[in-house]
Design a protein around this ligand. Structure first.
Ligand code: 8X3
Length: 255
């Protein structure tokens, strides 16, 4: 699939995997629809993506947890920006690392509302257009956490297990159309993921990556782009990737 001039919509595009994904598709000459809550960060990402070769860029503020805002944003897309070819459902986060019986309800709400409900809201708003146009590719960000649950991570793992079920279910539901559905499921990626998980505790977040050559946001963007650029008859269902030093959430070898 060639992406020159195609519209690629990335949620959570202001940092990390979302921002790296914007650069990867920019390099293919795509037209980028970039959304995130932080519009100032998004403006910086857009400037950078222009240098990478994006044909055009449209940014807008979006909190995927707000279905009314999602529906309104998609309905308000300007002329020339409505035919979304690739949707990268990247917006997501982890909050807290605690036993279920000690976890913070507000952390759970944030994770479930973003990783599960937000992903569903954006999918529900965008995929009907793909079905109508008989063209499109949904790429969801999963995690190894959706395959194996780890202690103190039950709720985050549950959101990623839900992502896996939604990814598989959507692929079944669009069967008979040319639409493709892919999940990209990383292990340890060095981004702000741990800083967000630990509510800004830099020491704790830094320790997560100590002695490990973790995956980078660019590694993940590379896989997303690879899935999107396979021939139109090829659907990559699921890609699981970890650093070489990590076998699964339990098994990690540090230097
Ligand atoms: C990120 C991977 O194992 O830290 O989703 O949850 S993990």
């Amino acid at each position: 699939m060639k992406l020159q001039g195609k519209i690629v919509f990335v949620t959570g595009a202001s940092a990390g995997i979302g921002a790296a994904t914007a650069m990867a598709f920019a390099g293919e000459g795509a037209k980028l629809l970039l959304a995130a809550r932080r519009v100032e960060k998004l403006a910086e990402i857009a400037d950078e993506a222009r240098k990478y070769g994006a044909q055009d860029i449209h940014t807008f503020a979006l909190d995927v947890r707000d279905n009314d805002a999602v529906v309104a944003a998609i309905a308000a897309l300007p002329e020339g920006w409505r035919e979304i070819e690739v949707l990268v459902n990247n917006a997501g986060l982890s909050r807290g690392l605690e036993k279920v019986y000690e976890g913070k309800i507000s952390d759970w709400d944030e994770m479930i509302d973003t990783n599960v409900k937000g992903l569903l809201y954006v999918t529900r708003a965008v995929v009907p257009g793909m079905v109508e146009r008989k063209s499109g590719h949904v790429i969801n960000l999963g995690s190894i956490a959706g395959h194996i649950t780890y202690p103190n991570g039950a709720v985050y793992c549950a959101t990623k297990a839900a992502e896996k079920a939604i990814n598989d279910g959507l692929r079944q539901d669009v069967l008979g159309t040319p639409i493709r559905v892919t999940s990209v499921d990383p292990g340890m990626v060095q981004t702000d993921f741990s800083l967000v998980r630990f509510h800004g505790d830099e020491d704790r977040a830094g320790n997560v990556y100590k002695g490990v050559k973790a995956l980078t946001a660019e590694d993940i963007a590379d896989v997303i782009l690879w899935a999107a650029t396979r021939p139109a008859h090829v659907n990559i269902a699921d890609v699981v990737l970890t650093p070489v030093q990590q076998a699964n959430p339990y098994m990690l070898v540090r230097d």
